[in-house]
Design a protein around this ligand. Structure first.
Ligand SMILES: Nc1ncnc2c1ncn2[C@@H]1O[C@H](COP(=O)(O)OP(=O)(O)OP(=O)(O)O)[C@@H](O)[C@H]1O
Ligand SMILES: [Mg+2]
Length: 500
């Protein structure tokens, strides 16, 4: 197999950071090539330099036997290199169809203007290629993050690509959707398209890739044939040290006495959103919510936090009936919510790491009780260390952090606010395996200090590892609560799959 892309000696710096140092990387025609490394290792930067989003400092890129130096991602696209970026960069209020053809809508031959009929028809075809059946005339934001990701893949595919680059495309997809996008990737591979695939999911990288290149601190550590690589070796190579693989056993076997009930949702329901349920959570408890994407996990979190209003039912917080009028009320009541769609509601890109971390704590104290600069710095610094945030310092703008490190900043924000009840919706998504473990340990530590935690995650192993009790959901209904010895992956999967 020939090489379609060859990168030699590539370097790229940002103020204060050497993001890439003398990287060599090659991509063969028709292969699926994994790019792995911890948060901040340089994966996205490598992609962005290849596609002309950033200009390189030095080095050579040869594509299809020609030296290239694209001036912009659009130029790369015109030459057949399409990218689905980690950040969804589509326009939420435009229709799915318009998003797929953004900037290259079919025009009417006579009279000008967009040819809507052709646009919708071609959009349906593009979506159909992904086995997806959605109304392409509806605004993009009427669909889940998962569907929005698929739309960006459809957009990339529509352009006749030789190389398709996927930067964490699967991080918000459920198992079925992952299967589906793997099907698409295999089909494209058969057509001779080369794919660069970035992910933090080890299972996925082992299942789909032919080779894996590992980066660490902006340097290439090695390139491996997937077939001959073990998980342990891959992890050690990413971390630069020996790593004991985690079992998916529970870490919190010693139950210890839990505290009193902190919150309960009684006979709560909302039509078309979630069926009537009862749920209570005690201090010191990690209540896991398990279920497939769209099963109603986030819906429960939003009702508890007051983002959505229920049709029936009531909430009791700390022994008092409470009407959750919205996030402000929830914060007053000691509730923190680290949401799933952090890109949309979380990060304030232009603000510093410090201000992003301090935000919720400051909001809780109120405008009249400003934290001193010194204590703001201290708090931010403390979380940079405990969560291992890769940054040049508290002053750095959050938009310049890598994807995974931005997520850690949001997590830090809610931890810093010292909540009594913390809702974590997919807190480790997009976070590398080393830090994932740190965050899981932190969750357990917080609970042991008496905080009540509602923990939502699609990764069953971490729900099992951290939870003291698990509510299993399916089709917007809580179908069962599991405790004790029933907290294991097998029982959860069986419960989700049980019929009736
Ligand atoms: N525009 C920028 N300005 C300044 N620094 C940047 C910029 N983009 C990236 N960096 C820095 O370059 C380094 C590599 O970041 P990159 O986004 O490539 O990491 P990554 O491997 O994709 O990580 P993740 O898994 O978290 O997405 C990080 O230290 C990051 O803070
Ligand atoms: Mg990245």
């Amino acid at each position: 197999m020939g090489e379609i892309l060859k990168v030699t000696n590539l370097s790229k710096s940002f103020p204060g950071v050497k993001a890439l140092t003398s990287i060599d990387f090659d991509l063969r025609q028709g292969e699926i090539h994994g790019l792995m490394g911890e948060n901040g290792a340089g994966k996205s930067t490598l992609i962005k330099v290849i596609t002309g989003f950033y200009t390189k400092d030095s080095g050579d890129i040869v594509y299809d036997n020609e030296p290239i130096d694209f001036g912009s991602p659009n130029e790369a696209v015109r030459h057949g290199i399409s990218t689905v970026y980690q950040e969804i960069n589509l326009i939420p209020l435009l229709s799915v169809a318009e998003n797929i053809f953004l900037g290259r809508q079919p025009m009417k031959t006579r009279g000008g203007g967009i040819d809507w009929k052709v646009l919708y028809k071609r959009a349906e075809e593009a979506i159909g290629q992904l086995d997806l059946d959605i109304d392409v005339t509806l605004p993009l934001n009427s669909y889940s993050v998962a569907i929005q990701q698929m739309v960006s893949i459809a957009r990339a595919l529509d352009i006749s690509a030789k190389i398709l680059i996927l930067d964490e495309p699967t991080s918000s997809l459920d198992a079925t959707e992952v299967r589906r996008s793997f099907g698409i990737m295999r089909r494209l591979k058969e057509q001779g398209i080369s794919i660069i695939f970035i992910t933090h999911f080890l299972d996925q990288v082992f299942e789909i890739t032919d080779r894996i290149t590992v980066l660490r601190n902006g340097r290439k550590v090695g390139v491996y044939e997937t077939e001959f690589l073990t998980r342990i070796d891959l992890i050690s190579s990413m971390l630069g040290k020996e790593f004991e693989e985690l079992d998916s056993d529970r870490w919190r076997k010693e139950e210890g006495p839990l505290g009193e009930e902190y919150a309960s949702l009684n006979r709560m329901s909302k039509r078309g959103y979630i069926e009537e349920f009862d749920l209570s959570i005690r201090k010191g408890e990690v209540l896991g919510l398990a279920g497939l994407l769209g099963s109603g996990r986030t819906e429960i979190a939003k009702l508890l936090y007051g983002i959505e209003k229920p049709d029936t039912g009531q909430i009791v917080i700390d022994g008092r009936k409470t009407v959750m009028t919205g996030p402000k009320r929830a914060i007053e009541k000691g509730i923190g919510f680290c949401p799933e769609d952090r890109k949309e509601v979380g990060i304030i890109p232009e603000l510093s790491v410090r201000e992003n971390i301090i935000l919720a704590l400051q909001a809780k104290r109120g405008v009249l009780r400003f934290l001193s600069r010194k204590s703001r710095n201290e708090i931010a610094q403390q979380f940079i260390e405990s969560l291992n945030i890769v940054t040049t310092g508290v002053e750095q703008q959050v938009k310049n952090l890598s994807g995974g490190n931005q997520q850690k900043v949001i997590l830090a924000r809610w931890l810093a606010a010292n909540p009594q009840l913390l809702i974590l919706d997919e807190p480790t998504r997009g976070i590398d395996i080393g830090s994932k473990v740190e965050i899981q340990k932190l969750i357990i530590e917080l609970a042991k200090k008496g905080i009540a935690i509602l923990f939502i995650s699609s990764e069953l192993d971490e729900v099992v590892r951290c939870s003291t009790r698990i509510a299993v959901l399916r089709d917007r209904r809580i179908i069962k609560e599991l405790g004790g010895a029933d907290i294991n992956e097998k029982t959860i999967m069986h419960t989700i799959a049980e019929t009736g």
